[in-house]
Design a binder for this molecule. Structure first.
Ligand code: CAA
Length: 389
């Protein structure tokens, strides 16, 4: 497939994993994606199947039943899933990147055994709750509060736009653990491991979203939610740093999610322009259309190459903060541009729900917003430049 990663560049293991991901995506996801989008159906059974195949534990260490794979292999698989349905891809992306990174780096052996192992096996779906109604881009201004209670903690507050807020088994929740008398800014935030079955955890109704309609997004209320002492992840006051570390990994996944969406729009456009005839010839015989398809293909390839380059940095153990922001910025703006061109090429059909490109256009938009808006990515990149990295 000329629009996807060139198989000649892959190792045997990578090719097997990509083939498995593509086969699963084409048989278990793609045929249903339009219906799930229409009915806002969250396909937990399909997510569980993905988990049983190991796709929810690709980056988790083998010691904890994960696949222990490199970031590039993970991106290759995630692109296949995203090309079939971006909603399924976001659950895979978050689980592999954010809670897995947080637990692997900062969990105690007991926490890893209890939470990371079942996550890696695909038995638990995990999410991440950072944003609040008044703390989106300025995430460190969050106000939800944890107060010590004997050996444990009591959490109160309100989270917003949590992916899988109503469907996850486990959430990594960022709340303040400093006191109102002694606020410590970003260093007053801690991360708690919160099973969603805990009394006091309340997910709101699923948000009625423009796109990504088969993924569950909710507000979450923390209402006198009591947790034992061992629910605190790592060091108290380091939760914001852990969240940003997790987001470095998360943003790379969103970059490739955007590549998957854009690639699908490109593939559909190529087929449509071969079939659709106007003024006595196929659309693809018009040079203006050829130029558009050429630009779409070039941008998709460039976005993928940038994301793969960041994966290579990650696999070498180098910092990816600035580079993951670049990959997400470029890929998400590529997805929005490419899907806009696809709708234009499909013309009147492109605007109709019966044709698949308008879903891709709607799905693409959120990649410019979540896990940090394009403006936040530019801030992160510019700060990296100022720091000389
Ligand atoms: N890794 C580790 N540490 C980091 C870091 C990183 N990538 N970036 C910053 N830090 C550290 C800083 O060094 C600093 O620590 P020191 O004081 O010891 O130096 C601390 O974290 C605070 O950093 P900043 O001072 O830079 O914090 P800030 O308030 O200026 O915010 C920001 C920086 C980049 C703007 C950040 O707030 C941000 O990324 N905002 C966007 C939030 C976001 O992406 N939200 C997505 C929510 S999740 C979602 O979308 C849905 C879902 O379900 C996944």
């Amino acid at each position: 497939m000329p629009t996807a990663t060139d198989p000649a560049t892959l190792t045997d293991v990578q090719r097997q994993i990509v083939d498995l991901a593509r086969e699963f995506a084409q048989t278990r996801i793609a045929p249903h994606a339009a219906e799930w989008d229409r009915t806002a159906h969250y396909p937990r059974d399909v997510i569980d199947e993905l988990g049983r195949l190991g796709f929810l534990g690709m980056l988790a260490p083998e010691d904890y039943d994960g696949q222990g794979l490199d970031a590039l292999t993970y991106l290759l698989a995630l692109e296949e899933i995203a090309a079939a349905d971006a909603s399924v891809a976001v659950t895979m992306a978050i689980q592999n990147a954010i809670p897995t990174t947080m637990l692997t780096r900062h969990g105690t052996p007991a926490q890893k055994k209890r939470w990371l192992r079942p996550m890696a096996r695909g038995e638990l779906v995990a999410g991440f709750a950072l944003s609040e109604p008044d703390a989106g881009s300025d995430a460190a201004s969050l106000r939800s509060q944890a107060v010590r209670d004997g050996d444990g903690w009591v959490l109160n507050g309100a989270k917003a736009w949590a992916t899988n807020g109503g469907t996850a088994d486990l959430m990594m929740v960022m709340v303040r653990s400093d006191t109102p008398e002694r606020r410590r800014g970003a260093k007053g935030i801690s991360t708690f491991i919160v099973p969603t079955s805990t009394a006091g955890y309340r997910a709101g109704k699923p948000e009625d979203k423009m796109g990504l309609r088969a993924s569950n997004t909710t507000a979450v209320t923390l209402d006198d939610l009591r947790l034992p002492g061992d629910a605190l992840l790592g060091e108290e006051g380091m939760g914001f740093v852990y969240a940003l570390e997790g987001l470095d990994a998360g943003r790379l996944g969103i970059a490739i999610q955007a590549v998957g969406i854009a690639r699908r729009a490109l593939e559909l456009s190529i087929s449509y322009c071969a079939e659709r005839r106007q003024f006595g010839m196929a659309l693809r015989d018009f040079q203006a259309v050829q130029f558009k398809l050429a630009d779409m293909a070039t941008r998709v390839a460039a976005a993928r190459a940038l994301a793969h380059q960041v994966a290579a940095r990650k696999d070498r153990g180098e910092s990816t903060t600035q580079h993951a922001a670049m990959a997400k910025l470029f890929a998400s703006e590529t997805a929005m541009w490419v899907t806009t061109q696809a709708v234009q090429l499909f013309g009147g059909y492109g605007y109709m729900r019966d044709y698949p490109v308008e879903k891709l256009f709607r799905d693409a938009k959120v990649t410019e917003i979540y896990e940090g808006t394009s403006e936040i990515q530019r801030i992160v990149i510019a700060r990296g430049l100022a720091a000389g990295s």
